[in-house]
Ligand binder design. Structure first.
Ligand code: G3H
Ligand code: 13P
Ligand code: ZN
Length: 304
């Protein structure tokens, strides 16, 4: 059975660690991140963006995630990431997702409150929990592109949670989606996170948190990728964020780069092999390695 995201994250909040949210788009990504979580006995959240649903279909991804949760003893939740389309959000709630995100962060405060409240009403009726966002994460986010960071206002965060009844809040403290997160020094606003944490009592979520590991980037570049200028969130900044109250950390870009690097590596070395299983198995393995490093960094080993 799919796990309850709220139970997983409330435990993380009480015990001060973060649970890994991994974006999934196909079977191999699910198998890679789940293998990592099983090995480390960690809870995980599998997440589908609207882009993932357009690519693979909600029913397919739901079934794969549900199967994973039935095959293994660790808590595996399924989450709708960056829900902007109310119809897709309703579908996910009705299909049996563990949680949904309503992302109305690009709207004015009052409209964000109204839309979030509406989704909370639908979701809670079905026992589904809700993540909302206040402030905006930078970078490319789902189908909306090139957004600037608007830092979360701590006082507004408290008001937003009180008025909407959302279960988790995504905060903007300096991260961006994608592989190009910082031009100069990479630094998160931990001061702001502390202020938000002091005023709120629900699990806080960090989007755009990929580390863009240099060894994986190098491997992709060795086999033809052009990843000039990429920069992720340094591990030490992630540890500080966890220490100061982040309980869910979203990773997609690191999995994409791992997938890309492993596929390029295989194809370059095996020009005569066209078996998709041979091409994709190394990608699955590298995704597992990267996911293991994330789970260890977040402090959720043996928390499953
Ligand atoms: O937060 C965004 C995720 O990286 C999903 O991206 O919409 O391209 O699937 P996507
Ligand atoms: P990254 O692009 O840093 O992996 O962020 C993913 C994310 O926030 C998904 O919601
Ligand atoms: Zn995100």
């Amino acid at each position: 059975m799919l796990a309850d995201t709220k139970i997983i994250l409330e435990k993380a909040r009480r015990k001060n660690y973060a649970v890994a949210h991994f974006n999934i788009n196909n079977l191999e990504i699910v198998q890679g991140v789940v293998a990592a979580a099983v090995k480390l006995k960690a809870p995980i959240i599998l997440a589908t963006s609207e882009g993932a649903l357009n690519y693979a279909g909600m029913n397919y991804l739901y079934s794969i995630a549900k199967t994973a949760s039935e095959l293994h003893q660790i808590p595996i939740a399924l989450h709708l990431d960056h829900g902007k389309n109310l119809k897709a959000i309703r579908q996910a709630i009705n299909l049996g997702y563990s949680s949904v995100m309503i992302d109305a962060s690009h709207e004015k405060f009052e409209r964000n409150v109204r839309l979030t409240k509406k989704v909370v009403r639908w979701a809670h009726r079905k026992g589904v929990s809700v993540e909302a966002e206040l402030g905006t994460i930078g970078g490319t986010e789902d189908l909306v592109s090139a957004r600037k960071i608007i830092y979360t206002n701590p006082e507004k965060a408290r008001e937003f949670i009180d008025r909407t009844g959302c279960d988790f809040l995504a905060v903007a403290i300096g991260t961006s989606h994608g592989a190009y997160k910082f031009k100069g020094t990479a630094k998160l606003r931990i001061d702001l996170l502390k202020e938000i944490k002091n005023r709120t009592k629900i699990p806080l979520v960090l989007h755009g948190a990929s580390g863009v590991p240099k060894n994986v980037v190098k491997m992709a570049e060795r086999y033809g990728a052009n990843l000039k200028g990429v920069q992720g969130v340094p591990d030490q900044q992630i540890s500080l964020a966890v220490k100061n109250g982040i309980n869910k950390i979203n990773t997609d870009t690191d999995l994409r780069i791992a997938f890309d690097a492993a596929v390029r590596n295989f194809l370059k070395g095996n020009p005569k092999d066209f078996d998709p299983r041979h091409i994709l198995a190394p990608a699955r393995d590298l995704i597992q390695k990267v996911a293991e490093q994330r789970i260890i960094l977040f402090g959720s080993v043996k928390k499953g």
